[in-house]
Write a protein that binds this ligand. Structure first.
Ligand code: GLN
Length: 578
């Protein structure tokens, strides 16, 4: 198409503005964009990631991208109470929890290139403007801001040599925040050609209990709103509590110009893991292949193999016989989304152990030495997850002490690793005032602190240590066994404080084992107690939950659930009354 002839800058001679990244091959990558209509909370991320997964299953290279409406540059400063957990990618990008859903569904590591916010887009445009990049033009939402969005999408296509870039537009159609994304996608379709770009509208079918029947009006109006932007969806996916009635689908079809075979009922399912199977059954994936003309790129044998592996996993979810209860202690217990990846990691570990994992939420702000036994009476193991700030930390330390002294399986994550070190220092090494300088800046036995010299080595100044790092595993430890004898693993970090090396000798002298370390520097990354002392007492300075995948559960979680099963069964040395 003419406009694609790389008009890198619109001068007075042209109104087209299509900055193409180097190496871009028009037509080589197809684009599929998912929009939400009517309301938020439809599970757009789960739907979009399941769709991306189905395409990947067919042997296609799929690169997902979430386009966030908010102005923050990343999710690092967002309160998990409001927005759910901050999901850290291997390259250190702090993203929305949806990226976790994509990584898990696709079993694929993502990077910052898979996550855009309005703030990032505007910043790029404004930086370019300051550098004189627009050659005297007034900088406008169209074509410059939309041009930057298209550039991001095409850069992703080039970076991953993708068959498909799967785009999820954050928010709901009609929001001011995401309007320029929608406009950019309309332009993209115009430039790339209709055979290369397709649109999916997720909508919601109301089912008011007082009427007892489904109503399609909100869904019609929601999709209409998208059509006002000049985008006619190729597929309408209807979210609803119950299977969407044929008549309702017919109405939606008539109002949106989408044929009936492309108006799908995506009603509630007992588990999100059943969604890919349901979409396959309904033929949604084959409609996508047809619209985008991907038939010749699809590998049916790979598809069948992947479908079977997934189906075997999904059918085991929640079906397993033995139930164990894991207590999660933490400040954000009020909002489960703050611990989304931990919940998922436990689910994966449960399936791998043929166990159903129940979760008890334990608010540590009111846990004391006196009531800890009672607070933990119902659980077979505990996790102290990541956290920031002083609130609830003394309660966490009591929980860890109880687990250590009562052979209760324990997994500490990040803050839970640091609290385990403090507990051990206080109660085993006799360092009565041991603490972290995060809780007590003037602490005279700061076993956990910020070490300026190490931060210098890491080159991070006072900032958070973020993203994937190598961890060297000590042979013949619990960690070595968990990771199948691997000597070097890669895990994701998000922390500021760490173990002060001055105390390592003392802690190890009293039996604490540091079984995972930084490859060069004395930064402690995994701790454990030997199996002769405790059946499962393991903690990580990193976040093991971020790398757990449905078909590849993270070993530390798998180990916790295995130990919790033994604890629940009252195996020697692990009975609840030990
Ligand atoms: N607050 C601790 C630190 O910054 C732990 C961080 C975390 O748990 N993610 O080191």
């Amino acid at each position: 198409m003419d406009v694609m002839r790389s008009v890198r800058n619109n001068t007075d001679e042209t109104e087209f503005y299509t900055p193409l990244p180097d190496g871009y091959k028009p037509g080589s990558t197809k684009y599929i964009a998912v929009f939400g209509t009517v309301m938020s909370g439809l599970g757009k991320g789960i739907f979009s990631s399941s769709l991306a997964k189905l395409l990947k299953d067919k042997g296609l290279t799929v690169s997902p991208i979430k386009l966030e409406g908010y102005l923050n540059i990343d999710s690092g400063t967002l309160n998990p109470f409001r927005h759910g957990e901050v999901f850290v990618l291997d390259d250190g990008m702090e993203t929305d929890m949806d990226l976790g859903t994509y990584e898990r569904m696709l079993d694929q590591d993502l990077t910052g290139a898979n996550f855009a916010t309005s703030g990032q887009i505007y910043r790029t445009v404004l930086d370019k403007e300051r550098a004189g990049g627009y050659l005297g033009r007034d900088v406008q939402m169209i074509p410059h801001v939309t041009g930057e969005v298209k550039h991001r999408l095409r850069s992703l296509a080039v970076k991953n040599d993708a068959d498909i870039v799967a785009i999820e537009v954050g928010g709901t159609v009609g929001d001011i925040e995401n309007a320029f994304y929608i406009e950019a996608l309309r332009e993209l379709s115009y430039e790339e050609g209709p055979e290369n770009v397709m649109f999916v509208a997720l909508t919601y079918v109301l089912d008011p209990p007082t009427l007892g029947e489904q109503k399609s009006k909100a869904a019609q109006l929601g999709v209409k709103r998208l059509m006002e932007y000049g985008i006619n969806p190729h597929i309408v996916a209807c979210r609803a509590e119950r299977e969407v009635d044929e008549k309702v689908r017919q109405k939606i079809s008539v109002y949106t110009n989408v044929p009936m075979r492309r108006v799908f009922s995506m009603h509630d399912l007992p588990s999100i893991y059943l969604l890919p199977g349901r979409m396959r059954e309904a033929g949604l994936d084959s409609e996508v292949v047809q619209v985008l003309g991907l038939g010749s790129r699809v590998n049916s044998a790979t598809d069948a193999k992947n479908a079977l592996a997934w189906q075997q996993f999904a059918s085991r979810i929640g079906k397993a016989g033995t139930e164990v209860r894991i207590g999660i202690t933490g400040k954000y217990v009020a909002l489960r989304d703050s611990y989304a990846s931990i919940i998922k990691a436990l689910e994966h570990a449960g399936v791998a152990n043929d166990a159903k994992v129940g979760i008890d939420w334990i608010d540590t702000t009111d846990v004391t030495a006196e009531n800890v036994a009672e607070k933990l009476a119902a659980v077979d193991g505990i996790i102290v997850p990541g956290g920031f700030g002083v609130r609830g930390t003394e309660g966490k330390i009591e929980c860890i002490r109880y687990a250590r002294e009562h052979a209760m399986p324990y997994l500490g994550i990040c803050m839970g690793f640091q609290m385990a070190v403090i507990e051990y220092a206080r109660n085993v090494c006799g360092l009565a005032s041991a603490n972290s300088t995060e809780m007590d800046p003037d602490c005279d036995q700061a076993v956990i602190s910020i070490l300026p010299e190490q931060k210098e080595i890491e080159g991070l100044g006072g900032n958070m240590r973020l993203g994937g790092q190598d961890v060297i595993i000590t042979p013949e430890t619990v960690a070595a066994e968990l990771f199948g004898g691997a000597e070097d693993i890669r895990q994701r970090f998000r922390h500021r404080f760490e173990v002060d090396p001055a105390y390592i000798e003392q802690l190890e002298g009293k039996g604490l084992v540091f079984s995972g370390r930084h490859p060069q520097h004395p930064i402690m990354q995994i701790l454990e107690l030997p199996p002769s002392v405790h059946p499962y007492f393991v903690a990580a300075q990193f976040h093991p939950e971020l790398t757990s995948r449905p078909l590849r559960p993270q070993p530390m979680f798998a180990g916790l659930v295995r130990a919790a099963l033994a604890y629940a069964a009252g195996e020697p040395g692990q009975s609840k009354s030990a």
